[in-house]
Design a protein around this ligand. Structure first.
Ligand SMILES: CC(C)(COP(=O)(O)OP(=O)(O)OC[C@H]1O[C@@H](n2cnc3c(N)ncnc32)[C@H](O)[C@@H]1OP(=O)(O)O)[C@@H](O)C(=O)NCCC(=O)NCCS
Length: 249
């Protein structure tokens, strides 16, 4: 590809302030670092997102496929004004969150992907992303959607988000919800936690390597266990899939 064409295809990013890393003590007592990653670190994250594309439970498949595409687009300069934050415990990758500065006033929340469950790791990572838009970028509101019922509970209900149904969101054109400054200020005391600066030793460990998630969501051994998310009460589609795998059809 000619250098000229690349200069047309490659969007020019607007300046964005960096997200200052923070650390959060999670329910297990472990210290989790939330920090912004650079483009160079994206290849270290993608292999841990890819397997989640095959996990139907809780819509990990849809979200992981989209996150993979967004991260790759970021790495290869095919998305504008985007950022990626990661949550790490002792270097281990625990969550990925990303978004975009849609305009100087409006933020676009893209995704939240928790790779260790049951500790509100995703909720903390999402809160850091909102903090980035509101406090660091100084935006007026953030447009948000949820692909999964857990996401809906975590964002729409816990933050009491406002409907912006006249605005189609970048994610599939579905109606948007909005976090306003006022809602964020109300949530601040309970949902937005963490401290700065991150102790040097913790930060060094996080920067040293993005280690694989120790207990990531995995597809069920028996595909029939996933019928819940297939809207197929008879499980027919999955029985056929299993037969195909076993070479019976
Ligand atoms: C939505 C999401 C980011 C929330 O992450 P989180 O805050 O760390 O929360 P978890 O997913 O661990 O847990 C959510 C609920 O399911 C329960 N849960 C689900 N699987 C669990 C597991 N393996 N172990 C323990 N609890 C589990 C938790 O108890 C929790 O219940 P609560 O809401 O009453 O606290 C995460 O579920 C996720 O990545 N989902 C897939 C992608 C997605 O939907 N992203 C959001 C749309 S953008």
């Amino acid at each position: 590809m000619s250098a000229d064409l690349e200069s047309i295809l490659r969007p020019v990013d607007n300046p964005m302030p960096p997200f200052p890393a923070k650390h959060v003590t999670i329910a297990s007592g472990e210290e989790m670092v939330i920090r912004q990653v650079t483009r160079d670190e994206i290849p270290d994250i993608l292999p841990h997102v890819a397997p989640l594309i095959y996990v139907e439970r809780d819509f990990y498949d849809v979200v992981a496929a989209r996150v993979y595409s967004e991260l790759l687009s970021y790495y290869r300069y095919r998305i504008q004004d985007a950022y990626v934050l990661v949550a790490q415990i002792d270097g281990e990758l625990c969550a990925v969150v990303n978004g975009r500065m849609a305009t100087p006033e409006v933020g676009m929340s893209l995704h939240t992907l928790a790779m260790r469950r049951g500790l509100r790791i995703g909720a903390h990572a999402f809160a850091a992303k909102m903090e980035y838009h509101m406090d660091i970028m100084g935006q007026q509101e953030v447009l948000i959607v949820a692909e999964s019922p857990i996401g809906f509970r975590r964002w729409m209900i816990e933050y009491n988000l406002e409907k912006r149904f006249d605005v189609p969101h970048e994610l599939g054109g579905v109606p948007s919800w909005a976090l306003t400054k006022e809602l964020f200020d109300r949530a601040r005391a309970t949902l937005v936690v963490g401290r700065r600066p991150v102790p040097e030793e913790l930060l060094e460990k996080a920067h040293a390597a993005i280690l694989p998630p120790s207990d990531p969501p995995t597809p069920p051994e028996d595909l029939l266990a996933a019928t819940r998310s297939q809207y197929d009460s008879t499980g027919t589609a999955l029985i056929l899939q299993r037969w195909r795998q076993e070479g019976k059809v």
